[in-house]
Write a protein that binds this ligand. Structure first.
Ligand code: DNO
Length: 352
């Protein structure tokens, strides 16, 4: 197994700085993105290279981008989508030139990941992200004051209304069609640029606000990978996103889609009811997923790619970007690294 441990870094505005990330013992690199350019525009080579240089100054690689966002007009199959797909291709080419090897993206209409609570108090005095389906069903996306990292904060109320209206005519099959167009265009460019595309599942993996969601279960992941049968059309297997539906087994998916999964988000969730969960830290004992089994599967299938700890709780009084503090993610990284060391039969000096 060649499991490279990475850590998400949100750029210069991130309170979790690179010098801190560097001190987490197992870190190979950062996962980041260009944040100074609106969705649908070409990323400047200088912005891309600046991330690479800043990471290198802290002995960290920059091989994974999360995310190159897909413009809504591509997901909608709207007029002008072809031009936006060309921009996407150009970004892949530029990233490949700068040494990026994997690009994570998602195909969720309008919203990226969604939670009903950003700071749910846990019994130990920490707090975590949580999702309660009833609460979400009661939310009005036009007036919601929730703001999450990953959401496009540039929506105005009017813009959001218009966008939701446009999706009224896009059902699941239409979304599949638009994803097919996108993949058939972009995957050959990714192959030539030696950049693995890795789609992130829908989080949570069910539909809400009447919007279609299709990257949700094993059957649909298979369908997606078959659209273009290439290792460059791959998955970001997010154990927490898929695992919040008890019908999904992340370990089984890792086994089934071995060789097509360049990037894995290793996070746990605790299912607290029907379509309800909280993010209780990484270790198996605190959540519903068996993280040992998951890392064991990576080992058994000869995983060769990048992983990262994902959302952490806020502990030790830390404040900051919900889910993306330093402390609990660092604990998660060490735990995962420990599991990997154990399943692979112990640390070998040549692994250093
Ligand atoms: C949330 C993240 C997502 C993810 C995107 C990928 O914490 O896992 O925002 O980055 O969905 O495009």
């Amino acid at each position: 197994m060649n499991m490279r441990m990475t850590f998400r870094w949100y750029g210069d505005d991130d309170p979790v700085t690179l010098d801190k990330i560097e001190q987490i013992p197992c870190m190979d690199g950062i996962v980041s993105a260009v944040y100074d350019t609106p969705v649908g525009q070409v990323w400047s080579e200088s912005s891309i290279n600046a991330i690479k240089q800043k990471a290198a100054a802290h002995h960290l690689k920059f091989e994974v981008v999360e995310s190159v966002p897909v413009h809504e007009d591509i997901k909608l199959g709207a007029k002008g989508a072809d031009k936006l797909i060309d921009v996407y291709k150009e970004n892949i080419v530029r990233l490949g030139k700068a040494g990026v090897k994997c690009v994570c993206y998602n195909f969720m209409p309008v919203f990226d990941w969604l939670r009903s609570e950003l700071k749910k108090p846990l019994p130990d005095g920490s707090n975590a992200l949580a999702y309660d389906h009833k609460t979400v069903l009661g939310m009005n996306p036009l007036t919601s004051e929730l703001s999450l990292p990953g959401w496009d904060s540039s929506y105005t109320k009017e813009g959001m209304k218009e966008l939701l209206h446009k999706y009224e005519s896009v059902d699941e099959e239409a979304l599949w069609k638009n994803l097919t167009v996108f993949l058939r265009e972009v995957v050959p460019v990714a192959e030539a640029a030696d950049v693995k595309l890795a789609i992130h599942p829908d989080d949570p993996p069910w539909s809400m606000f009447g919007l279609p969601r299709i990257v949700t279960n094993k059957q649909n992941l298979r369908r997606l990978l078959d659209i273009v049968d290439s290792p460059y059309n791959g998955l970001t297997l997010c154990t927490g996103s898929l695992g919040s539906d008890p019908h999904n087994s992340p370990a089984d998916m890792l086994k089934t889609f071995a060789g097509r999964t360049p990037f894995v988000h290793l996070r746990n969730i605790k299912i607290t009811g029907d379509h309800c969960f909280e993010e209780s830290g990484h270790i198996s004992a605190k959540g519903s997923l068996d993280m040992y089994e998951i890392v064991q599967t990576l080992y058994d299938t000869g995983f060769d790619g990048w992983v990262r700890p994902d959302h952490g709780r806020m502990i030790w009084g830390e404040t900051g970007r919900a889910g993306y503090g330093l402390y609990d993610r660092a604990l998660g990284a060490m735990y995962l690294y420990g599991l990997a060391e154990a399943v692979s039969g112990g640390f070998k000096k040549e692994d250093k």
